[in-house]
Design a protein around this ligand. Structure first.
Ligand code: ZN
Ligand code: ZN
Length: 943
């Protein structure tokens, strides 16, 4: 069976026996581990990053379930916002927001609703395939009426507490989607790209002068049309220079960068130019306000680049603040749709970015474009439609972050970040956070529950009941709270007129940040429930969500209930393509994860992800070969060990526990207890990387040392010896299956099921088991250390055999070991056996070294020959496809005295090792072989 077949069989076993449901229900209600699953968008197929988060969010709930906690898990879907709106726009061939209004918001929202869950089936498949356990079908959706009603409640509550306000601010704005975007949204998806653009150094003619100019610089020539002032730093040094008859004012530090040839006329401080008036570049309507003069811009104006004189238009945060401060004209020459609405007639209606060239050409023709230089800088783009964003002064609703900042910082101390250093990042994000713009001028999201009247009255609605009580018409209980529906509802105003809802909808981060409450329709339902399920013990997401979901969850939690809504937060990194670039469908630089999972197993995929530093918030380059390697190093090896156990293991037997006195057994028992101890500590610390590396080491030792070295005991006719080996292996496998259960749930189930019939695997599934306990007394550190030395000695001995060219099958008389520690006598046996040596001599020394005695005696040579015969005969058995039960007769013919003596002397041993009943020194047929440079004919016959 392939891994896929095995894993699918296990999945259906779990389903048939309701193992997931039972694993939750069999745990007490009064001992819960609370987990919030952040809702993903169902608008695309699950990719590597999603799968990482599925696994991480599966592992810890499984672990805590095994530790005896009840861990309810319920899936959710993020349904609203720009991502889905853009998909709908594409499918309806919509290029402009206007078109949506023309076709009708109801139609648009209906289309969005029909598309939003289009990938649910694919997600379900991936969730099942990767072995993630969650209540999937009973998922919550942010577009549910209950969810949206809770959002209204939360909005109103925060507003009533005084933390939501309406205001005009300069925000990043997408002129195609016609909505402001939050800083975090843009930062999160790294929507900055390096672009090469023409910058302009422009002369503004000083009013009343002959030929004197203020020199200003901009990276966005289209904003020059809306210029209203020039800012200088009053403390900075400026100069007036003569360049071929024209005079320019510029910062002293920058003049040499701008002009090669100039004559210095005078030096001055910035404050001396404040107030100087200039001729506007374009005639604009200032609505009676005074503009076009030099203002004091303070220390933020520097002489680092440009000219030291800053052109001011409304399209910048600093600019807008200065415009407000100095009461300058407000000129927004670009419309909401990104097109020019004011300025030179011939350009009206042009897209803002397309005006750059026109402006440059125009200024050049007028002789005031001093320089236009190509410049590469980082520029933000809309993360959904890829339109270049602009800073735009827009009316918006805000959460007053500044007012709550101290408390946000204070409450952030309760969060335990994994890895710990994310804390610094989170604090920085809070420190530098602007007020949160929560309104979107869009369609498909929870409508903001604010109604206004022309008389100035405003009303915030916090529930459907409240809406019904205030509406001018009857409102149905089942009313949809989307824009297209609630816009039609009017409220009675005390002035007698009708109130209308404001057009905006909510930022979808406000919705996903409200998930702990809204998913449970709090406080309309589940008020008691929330008391016991807040804050969550655990949440997990990737690093970009620190400033998004984690941050917004924190803000709303602190505003609503005065607490951060989560305690332990596991932060993962980004998964990049093999070459370190972003995984991209168009670049075709990664393998479909489903393909890898099918080929190497979900367990291998899970284990690989959990073992890499991506689980410690670091970026990794995803290596397909590593999944393959995990398949080989963990899954295939464990399957072999399991098969080995099944071959020799005893069914229907009461096995004693970890009580064997055999040294190898004692050692693997110690190792097993230590594995449990370390895994417990590391999982308690949410460190999967360490757990995985311990498991890797353990699996290797179990297979290549313990099982291999115990083979003879398993086959032994000595009942006690055999029983000890079997029960020790069963013990190790049982514990290992439990340690592996949260990480690789499939192979762990396979191993567990193979122990059925013993007193180890009494439950239906390993996932109904308790997390294993360790016994400190069974951990023998000195034995473990000695075994490390033994393995080192063996490896050095094998190296030396290669050097002296004597193969292991040839016995040698003695090994002399110099070691810095004692090795107990019992451990000399594995050394002798592994190296095929008769005697171990131990000497004290500071450094570990070995010396082989390579002197050959006839006796050693005979023994070597006997070993070779055994090996050849076993090869022949294999070729003849004989099974372990088949007995044989051996016929050997040789002229060699060495071989003949060897057969005589080691007859019994040869027969035992190859399951033969007789050896006859005469062969009629058979293979001509060379053993010890002697000709031998060997024939075997099945009895
Ligand atoms: Zn956009
Ligand atoms: Zn009114």
């Amino acid at each position: 069976m392939t891994r896929t077949e095995v894993e699918e069989k296990i999945t259906s076993y779990w389903k048939k026996n309701n193992i997931f449901e039972r694993s939750v229900e069999e745990r007490p209600r009064d001992k819960e581990y609370v987990f919030y699953d952040g809702p993903p968008f169902a608008t695309g197929l699950p990719h590597h990053g999603h799968i990482l988060s599925l696994v991480s969010k599966d592992l810890f709930p499984r672990y805590y379930t095994m530790k005896g906690y009840r861990v309810d898990r319920r899936w959710g879907w993020d349904c609203h916002g720009l991502p889905i709106e853009n998909i709908v726009e594409k499918s309806l061939n919509i290029n402009e927001k206007k078109q949506i209004e023309e076709m009708g918001v109801d139609k648009f929202n209906k289309a969005a609703k029909s598309k939003v869950l289009s990938f649910v089936d694919e997600w379900k498949k991936t969730v099942d395939r990767i072995g993630k356990w969650i209540e999937f079908d009973d998922s919550y959706k942010t577009m549910d009426q209950t969810y949206m009603e809770s959002i209204w409640y939360i909005f109103k509550t925060i507003y009533d507490k005084g933390y939501i306000y309406e205001g005009k601010k300069v925000l990043m704005y997408c002129p195609r989607c016609e909505t402001p975007l939050a800083n975090a949204e843009i930062q999160m998806d790294n929507s900055y790209k390096d672009v090469s653009e023409k910058t302009a150094t422009v002369g503004f003619k000083i009013r009343g002068s002959e030929d004197e100019y203020l020199l200003a610089w901009t990276t966005t020539p289209w904003t020059l049309i809306g210029n209203v002032a020039i800012a200088v730093n009053p403390k900075l040094d400026y100069v007036k220079v003569d360049v071929f008859g024209k005079k320019f004012v510029v910062a002293k530090d920058l003049v040499d960068k701008i002009f090669k040839d100039y004559k210095l006329i005078e030096e001055m401080k910035g404050k001396e130019i404040v107030g100087v008036e200039y001729v506007p570049l374009y005639e604009m309507d200032t609505k009676g306000k005074k503009g076009f003069y030099v203002i004091d811009g303070g220390n933020e104006v520097t002489s680092e680049d440009g000219t030291g004189l800053v052109h001011m238009a409304i399209y910048g945060e600093f600019d807008y603040a200065q415009i407000r401060k100095h009461d300058l004209p407000i000129i927004q020459h670009i419309g909401k749709d990104g097109k020019l609405i004011e300025g030179p007639k011939e350009w009206i209606g042009k897209w803002f970015k397309d005006i750059d060239g026109d402006v440059l050409e125009d200024l050049y023709n007028r002789g005031i474009l001093i320089e236009a230089k190509e410049c590469t800088h980082s520029y933000p783009f809309c993360y959904r439609c890829e339109t270049p964003l602009i800073y735009n002064a827009v009316d918006s609703w805000f959460v007053d972050i500044q007012k709550i900042k101290t408390k946000l910082k204070e409450k952030a101390k309760d969060i335990k970040w994994h890895p710990k250093d994310v804390e610094t990042r989170f604090n920085y994000i809070i420190d530098t956070a602007p007020d949160w713009s929560i309104s979107r001028n869009r369609f498909w999201a929870t409508a903001i529950p604010v109604w206004k009247c022309s008389c100035g009255e405003m009303k915030i609605i916090g529930s459907i009941k409240e809406l019904q009580e205030n509406a001018t018409t009857k409102v149905d209980d089942k009313i949809d709270l989307h824009k297209d529906v609630v816009d039609k509802v009017h409220l009675k105003c005390k002035c007698g007129k009708k109130m209308e809802r404001i057009p905006e909808v909510l930022d979808c981060w406000f919705e996903s940040g409200s998930m702990p409450y809204a998913s449970k329709h709090y406080p309309f339902e589940n008020e008691e429930w929330l008391k016991k399920h807040f804050p969550a013990d655990f949440i997990s997401e990737y690093i970009a969500q620190v400033r998004a979901w984690f941050y917004y969850m924190h803000v709303i939690g602190v505003l609503l209930l005065g607490k951060s809504p989560f305690v332990h937060s596991v932060v993962s990194g980004n998964i990049l393509a093999k070459d370190g670039s972003k995984m991209s469908k168009s670049k075709n630089n990664y393998t479909d994860p489903n393909k890898l999972i099918d080929e190497f197993g979900a367990d291998a995929f899970r284990f690989y992800l959990m073992s890499t530093p991506v689980m410690r918030a670091q970026d990794i380059n995803f290596l397909d070969d590593s999944v393959k390697e995990i398949n080989r190093k963990v899954l295939m090896i464990l399957e072999n060990v399991k098969r080995f156990y099944e071959l020799f293991g005893t069914k229907n037997i009461e096995l004693e526990n970890d009580s064997s006195k055999n040294i190898l057994d004692k050692w693997i028992i110690s190792k097993t207890h230590k594995l449990i101890k370390n895994s417990t500590e590391n999982l308690d610390d949410y460190n999967t990387v360490k757990v995985c590396s311990d498991v890797l080491e353990f699996v290797d030792l179990l297979s290549t040392w313990y099982v291999r070295r115990s083979r003879d005991r398993f086959k032994s006719t000595n009942k006690k010896e055999k029983k000890e080996a079997i029960e020790t292996l069963a013990f190790a496998l049982d514990k290992l299956s439990k340690v592996l259960a949260p990480i690789t749930p499939f192979i762990s189930e396979e191993i567990y099921q193979s122990l059925k019939g013993t007193n180890f695997a009494k439950k239906n599934s390993v996932h109904l088991e308790e997390w294993p306990r360790f016994d400190k007394k069974k951990i023998d550190d000195s034995l473990e250390e000695e075994m490390v030395t033994v393995r080192e000695i063996v490896s050095k001995g094998l190296d030396e055999r290669i050097q002296v060219k004597i193969p292991v099958k040839q016995p040698l008389a003695k090994i002399t070991i110099t070691a810095n520690k004692e090795i107990r006598d019992e451990l000399k046996e594995p050394i002798m056996d592994e190296l095929n040596i008769k005697k171990v001599e131990l000497k004290k020394g500071s450094e570990l070294s070995v010396k082989l005695d390579i002197k050959m005696t006839p006796e050693l040579e005979q023994e070597g020959a006997a070993r070779e015969i055994m090996r050849k005969v076993n090869d022949m058995r294999k070729k003849a496809k004989l099974t372990i039960q088949d007995r044989i007769e051996i016929f050997i013919q040789t002229d060699s005295e060495l071989i003949s003596n060897s057969v005589k002397k080691f007859k019994e041993e040869i027969m035992k090792s190859v399951q033969a009943d007789s050896i006859t020194e005469k062969a009629n047929n058979g293979n001509e072989l060379i053993i010890k440079e002697q000709k031998v004919k060997i024939e075997i016959k099945k009895k």
